[in-house]
Design a protein around this ligand. Structure first.
Ligand code: NAD
Length: 504
């Protein structure tokens, strides 16, 4: 299959160059099982559609139960063979570092696949690639620095605490950051020595299949990494109900996370790590420094990636004394974030992933208007052939409104007012979710008081969405229980074995 010249490490800088690259792209559309690209057992396919144009890019293998059964069997055999699971960690590291290098060498192609498949702006997709490659390198570099323990028992015994891989891990991921979410899951799982089956979203399968080619080229042994494209209710459910999958690592909606919890209970009580939805509060106190800068961050926090971000700062809580001024500044910042051609490096927002998501967002906007929130910007679809929604801002939102409580997963900001710190904390915590929260203030006492009381897996102080591979990412409450990134995610993909040795 001819590919974009991988010697081209530089990324194009113009729309025309990206369009030319896109035109030369060929797609791998088959499932990757054992060490080969194959059609689904049923022969069924589903279309990959470019949401910016409505064009069908390719017909992709639609896997189901039969494909899942085969892949799980292959994964188990690979694990038992031990080529990977018992390989010295330093050697696994080398293979994963090679895979990261191959991703880097092919970053333009990988970014293009995500942009074409799900509509995100190309620069954003390149940013995701950096995150995906960085995660792969971090986890690869970590694995040969993990030690077991010797417990402090008496002299008549030696008790070792060993860390061992789990076995077969199924990773089920969403479409909003296709390769980055994939890397956050598979990098630590592979580094720890597991066999991994990846189920990409049916809305963004193409980059995962290209990644499988790179994994093979990097030298990941047969059956250790497999990719099954297809729908959640078919192949996803089959993996989740499998009696021979040891761990399910999921990123996606809270609703599906709840289903997976049932499936784990109905099958083999597999380990389950959930990274689910959010409705994140972004609190702006009147004492914050530089309102213009904060307003710019507040707009980016919701409109980045068309608002299709789990940690989108979708609830903006603003101290009433500055609310009118501040909201005007957010409106001005949002004005420059209109959606455009995702292949244009100047586009801040791209297309909404598909018609169902587009219709759902518009429905939330309609409800917001009906519930009496004040529509200050956007609100109308700009779609022609593609699916575009401009930055949409509601003011005067209350915590009884659907628009203020449910995850819209689109470019829709809900602004709330508050008078006191206590009110801000109560509003922020009045949510089923607890993925991220942010606050802006210059008062360190206030910052720490509020931070400690926010029910959230991560708190951003005087920034939004800061992060590093060394810092865990995940939520509390119905945002889930898993932690991606950092050495904590590595721990999730291994188990402890205690070994008692009796000594004379
Ligand atoms: P989704 O839950 O609809 O789908 C996620 C994945 O689950 C897909 O691969 C899908 O095919 C699969 N799936 C669906 N039904 C299934 C079933 N019955 N059994 C097994 N698998 C099934 O979510 P989405 O629309 O792809 O992504 C958006 C959601 O993901 C949002 O709620 C967002 O907040 C969340 N998300 C969370 C994080 C995080 O780190 N917490 C990151 C990104 C996205």
């Amino acid at each position: 299959m001819s590919r974009i010249d991988s010697s081209n490490k530089h990324s194009p800088t113009s729309l025309a160059e990206w369009q030319a690259l896109a035109a030369s792209l060929e797609f791998e559309t088959r499932a990757y099982v054992e060490d080969a690209f194959v059609d689904a057992v049923s022969g069924e396919t589903f279309p990959a559609i470019n949401p910016a144009t409505g064009e069908t890019l390719a017909q992709v293998a639609s896997c189901d139960q039969a494909d899942a059964d085969k892949a799980v069997k292959v994964a188990r055999e690979a694990f038992e063979r031990g080529e990977w699971s018992r390989m010295a960690p330093a050697k696994r590291k080398q293979v994963l570092l090679k895979l990261a290098d191959l991703m880097e060498a092919n970053k333009n192609e990988l970014a293009l696949l995500d942009t074409l498949d799900m509509g995100k702006p190309i620069n954003s997709a390149l940013g995701d690639l950096s995150g995906a490659i960085g995660c792969m390198r971090y986890q690869a570099e970590s694995i040969d620095k993990q030690y077991g323990e010797v417990a402090p028992t008496g002299e008549d015994s030696l008790a070792l605490i060993l860390r061992e891989p789990l076995g077969v891990v199924a990773s089920i991921v969403p479409w909003n950051f296709p390769l980055m979410m994939t890397s956050w899951k598979i990098s630590p799982a592979l580094a720890a020595g597991n066999s991994v089956i990846l189920k990409p979203s049916e809305k963004s399968p193409l980059s995962a299949l290209r990644l499988a080619e790179l994994a093979r080229e990097a030298g990941i042994p047969r059956g250790v990494f497999q990719v099954l494209p297809g729908f959640g209710h078919t192949v996803g459910k089959a993996l989740a109900l499998s009696m021979d999958v040891d761990c399910l690592a999921f990123t996606g909606s809270t609703g599906v996370g709840k289903l997976l919890t049932q499936y784990a209970g109905q099958s083999n009580l597999k380990r389950l790590y959930l990274e689910c939805g959010g409705k994140s509060p972004h609190i702006v106190f009147a004492d914050c420094k530089d309102l213009d800068r904060v307003a710019q961050h507040a707009a980016e926090a919701i409109f980045h990636n068309q608002g299709e971000v789990c940690i989108a700062g979708s609830r903006l809580l603003v101290e009433d004394s500055i609310r009118a001024t501040f909201v005007d500044k957010v409106l001005a910042a949002a004005e420059s974030m209109q959606p455009g051609n995702p292949l244009d490096p100047d586009s801040f927002m791209g297309a909404i992933v598909d018609e169902a998501q587009h219709a759902g967002i518009l429905d939330y906007i309609r409800q917001g208007v009906e519930e009496g929130a004040t529509l200050r910007a956007g609100g109308e679809s700009q779609s022609g052939n593609g699916l575009f929604i401009p930055p949409t801002i509601f003011d005067d939102v209350t915590d009884t409104m659907v628009i203020g409580r449910e995850e819209v997963f689109g470019p829709v900001l809900s602004v709330f007012g508050f008078d006191t710190e206590e009110q801000a904390i109560a509003l922020a915590n009045d949510s089923d979710y607890g993925l991220a929260a942010g606050l802006w203030s210059q008062d360190i006492d206030r910052i720490m008081r509020v931070t400690r009381r926010l029910q959230s897996g991560q708190v951003f102080v005087n920034n939004w969405a800061g992060g590093d591979q060394s810092v865990p990412f995940g939520g509390v409450k119905q945002s889930g229980n898993g932690r991606d990134k950092s050495h904590h995610s590595l721990e999730e993909y291994s188990t402890l074995k205690s070994v008692w040795i009796a000594l004379e």
